[in-house]
Write a protein that binds this ligand. Structure first.
Ligand code: Z2T
Length: 819
């Protein structure tokens, strides 16, 4: 007997009201009139959870019954943000829920606002995983996400005296409203000790461990509702616990300290998210996190598979494991271990299954982000996994030697274990049946550069899947006025499940009425954002000026400093000539710097120094404003995107793998000033030169300029205005802080790094010119709104639904919902 699919039930306001008051009574012993906002939030979350749980059981039965291939999306990061409005929206109960909340005497907006962001990620990579969960579920793919239930998510950023200060993000107090512990599905993960091989009574080779430590992995499941479907998937977050109780009676036997130690070692594993974006740190705790989550995940998948099929022979037919960057690479040797040691497969049979199960997505070509784990660390922490890695590495090296006819340069570049390191990307490319980049340009660079040797041997492995965003969250939900306009112009809500339907909006590109409504919506969204900023910080934004926005992690290659240089240039022009005219601008920044990334933190400080000086200078009044938005995060982005007009996507060409913020801005009608990098290239393809402000060197020009020998100092001495800008940054602003360290890095380099590694000086003039074009264009509001409309209309291809169909068709080979 299995629970059959029931049609989506349409909950009424009254039903939801009763369910909420019931939860309040049972869980908090409170009546509505005594309930706090957080309690109300929790009660609402529990009501939605109950609805989703029922759907989840049905989904599980349906999937099991159909013997369908399942997708397992492994990622160390899922930047989920808030879920209450998302789940209500997807379940089709947002309206009655809002009414129910209001009828109980609460403000629905306040309630949504009370939910903490689930910040289990750093930036693009983690947010992408969250958007993909939404699309996989909406497209009714049997899929599960796996990660760690970090106690502390990405740190909260405070700006104190212009500088970033990190605060712990303790999200679980309220955030655990969505988590369902499944204690009976606990797995055990083994670390350390010594490996002992032996032959069992049936003459089979077995492996046992002497010593070492066990850690319990307890799943905390978060249900994911799809839009307009009863399909529900799960995000499984593993929590770490010690199996050893700290028992006072052990004290007499001298075991007490050891028990306490072991408990601490276990529980620190799920303590905190590593806050590095596009940067690798070889910390042993991070390796423990990776193995912990990978081992628990694969054990859980194998256990369920065995229970259903009684064999692992068909494992690769029933499962695909998507590896989100190299962080979950250990799933490769871990699945080998289970097949060899626990199931008794031969190496070749096990390798066949593994290599037909795993697929790898690369998210960066930044060399400092490529994971290389020290051999000794792997060896002592994971002795059996090390043995398997060595075997994989040896066989791979043999294959490389044959394929490259002994060209040791190429063998070395592509080796897995080399020079005392284990190179995770090479292990992925070796074992995975598919390898993909995240934009057309990035996937090309993988083939031509990072993985060119492997591409020569196995070209068919290499694919592209251009990133996408959850357009229901990033347009419909966060920008309800624009959503309404699109629905009106495209004749209904088709676009919610068929993002390409947004194209129909283009019919109105010369319709003065629609264009002015679009302009009005943007103006109202700017106003709403300005009110929010005023309430939070007291800063009054000039809503008549262009909202020019750069929000993303702080990284040198993203070139926030280039943006700063241009602002300083404008400021100097204003100072030297108060009659200098340009289109008024509000420059908005938002960015977290990795706590250990000193230069990034200096740039945060610089933006704040500049901001203080400019905002208090009367010459800038109504013309120039610079605001650093504290603690940029998913929920802040949801307020900001609808209010943005100019989107800064100005990375050095070839460095930003894709970008996804760029897509959010485009969908909300902001125009882009950007380089031909990452997915900007495909945006430009959609838009043509006339609907985007492009500037700067192309990716191949960056490479050849560097080859020729790039001398930033020549730009500095050759251009008085650039010299003035850099000299001012070096001296600093009103607060007396100098930034000579930053300008020295540009002009002379530092600690062996090349001067101006990211070519800010080379692109400066071109960037200035693009800004001038953007400023000019803004003066003709009708023309600007026309471009804005075209941007929105052509953004459908950047919906995550499209990306997920690409993965499903070309990599996973699983069917998707038909529409
Ligand atoms: C990350 O956010 C990204 C790449 C990483 O490489 C690591 C992190 Cl934490 C290891 C970003 C890329 O920088 C960005 O271009 C891309 O859009 C995003 O991943 C999603 O693919």
């Amino acid at each position: 007997m299995f629970r059959r699919c029931v049609p989506l039930h349409n909950y009424t306001k009254t039903e939801l009201t009763n369910l909420i008051t019931g939860k309040l009574r049972r869980n908090f012993g409170r009546d509505v009139d005594e309930a706090t906002v957080p309690q109300m939030f929790k009660a609402c979350a529990m009501v939605l959870r109950d609805i989703m749980s029922a759907h989840e059981l049905e989904t599980e039965d349906r999937v099991k019954d159909s013997h369908a291939r399942q997708v397992h999306y492994l990622s160390l990061e899922f930047l989920m943000g808030r879920s209450l409005m998302k789940n209500a929206y997807n379940l089709g109960v947002l309206e009655p829920l809002t009414q129910a909340i209001e009828s109980l005497g609460f403000s629905a907006a306040d309630l949504f606002e009370a939910e903490p962001d689930a910040g289990l990620g750093n930036g693009g990579l983690g947010r992408l995983a969250a958007c993909y969960l939404d699309s996989m579920t909406t497209l009714e793919i049997p899929a599960t996400g796996y990660s760690i239930c970090y106690e502390l998510g990405i740190f909260k950023q405070k700006i104190v005296d212009g500088q970033q200060v990190e605060l712990a993000d303790n999200w679980l107090g309220l955030g655990d409203a969505w988590l369902i512990p499944k204690v009976d599905e606990t797995e055990t993960v083994h670390f350390g000790g010594k490996v002992k091989g032996y032959w069992d009574e049936n003459g089979r080779h077995r492996v046992a461990y002497e010593g070492g430590t066990d850690v319990l992995a307890i799943p905390k499941d978060m249900e994911i509702a799809g839009y307009g479907t009863d399909h529900v998937n799960v995000l499984r977050l593993w929590d770490a616990k010690s199996p050893v109780p700290v028992d006072m009676s052990l004290y007499s036997r001298g075991e007490y300290l050891k028990a306490v130690e072991q408990q601490a070692m276990a529980e620190v594993i799920a303590k905190v998210l590593y806050p590095d974006d596009n940067h690798y740190e070889g910390k042993s705790l991070r390796l423990k996190q990776q193995y912990f989550f990978v081992s628990a995940t694969i054990q859980s998948i194998v256990r369920k598979h065995r229970a259903q099929y009684g064999t692992l022979h068909n494992f690769h037919q029933k499962h695909v494991i998507q590896i989100n960057d190299t962080h979950p690479t250990l799933v490769i040797p871990e699945l080998m271990r289970i097949l060899l040691d626990e199931e008794g497969y031969t190496w070749d049979d096990a390798w066949y299954i593994v290599t037909h199960t795993v697929a790898y997505t690369n998210h960066t070509v930044m060399i400092e982000a490529l994971e290389r784990w020290p051999q000794e660390l792997v060896q002592t922490l994971l002795p059996r996994i090390w043995e398997i890695i060595i075997e994989i590495s040896n066989r791979w090296q043999q294959r490389l030697t044959e394929a490259f006819h002994g060209d040791m340069g190429r063998v070395e570049r592509n080796a897995i274990v080399w020079g005392g390191d284990v190179r995770m990307a090479n292990m992925c490319v070796c074992a995975c049946y598919a390898v993909n980049g995240v934009s057309a340009l990035h996937s090309d660079i993988l083939k031509k550069d990072l993985f060119r040797d492997i591409y020569a041997i196995t070209p068919d492995k290499f694919q592209n899947v251009t990133n996408g965003i959850d357009h229901r969250r990033w347009l419909s939900q966060c920008n309800p006025k624009l959503d309404a306009l699109i629905k009106e112009c495209t004749g209904g809500d088709d676009y919610l499940l068929q993002p390409e339907a947004m194209k129909k909006l283009e019919k109105y590109k010369d319709d003065a009425g629609v264009l002015s409504r679009l302009g009005k919506i943007k103006a109202e969204n700017k106003q709403a954002f300005a009110s929010y900023v005023a309430k939070e910080s007291g800063i009054i934004l000039n809503t008549d000026a262009i909202f020019d926005v750069q929000v993303k992690r702080l990284h040198e290659y993203k070139r926030q400093l280039l943006n700063v240089m241009h602002i300083v240039y404008l400021y100097q022009r204003l100072k030297s000539d108060p009659n200098f005219t340009f289109t008024p601008r509000v420059f908005l920044f938002g960015a977290k710097a990795a706590p250990g990334y000193y230069v990034a933190k200096e740039i945060v400080h610089l933006i704040n120094s500049l901001s203080a000086t400019i905002n208090s200078d009367p010459v800038c009044k109504d013309r120039l404003q610079v605001v650093f938005l504290e603690n940029y995060r998913v929920s802040l982005a949801e307020r900001l995107m609808p209010a943005s007009e100019l989107s800064e996507q100005i990375s050095t060409a070839g460095k930003e793998a894709s970008g996804t913020g760029n897509m959010k801005f485009m969908m909300n009608g902001a125009l882009t000033i950007g380089t031909l990098d990452g997915a900007n290239v495909e945006m430009h393809e959609q838009l043509g030169d006339e609907n985007i402000f492009l500037f700067g060197l192309k990716a191949d020009e960056v490479v050849s300029l560097k080859q020729r020998g790039y001398k930033p100092y020549e730009y500095y001495v050759g251009s008085p205005s650039m010299k003035a800008v850099l000299d001012q940054i070096s001296r600093g602003f009103n607060d007396g802080v100098s930034y000579t360290n930053l300008t020295n890095r540009l002009l002379f380099g530092q600690n062996g790094s090349a001067p101006d590694e990211y070519l800010l000086l080379a692109d400066f003039e071109s960037y200035k010119a693009a800004h001038q074009r953007a400023g000019q264009a803004y003066l003709d509001q009708k023309a600007w709104n026309r471009m804005s409309l075209i941007n929105i209309a052509r953004s459908g291809i950047f919906a995550a639904d499209r990306s997920i169909r690409d993965y499903a068709d070309n990599i996973w080979h699983v069917p998707t919902r038909e529409l």
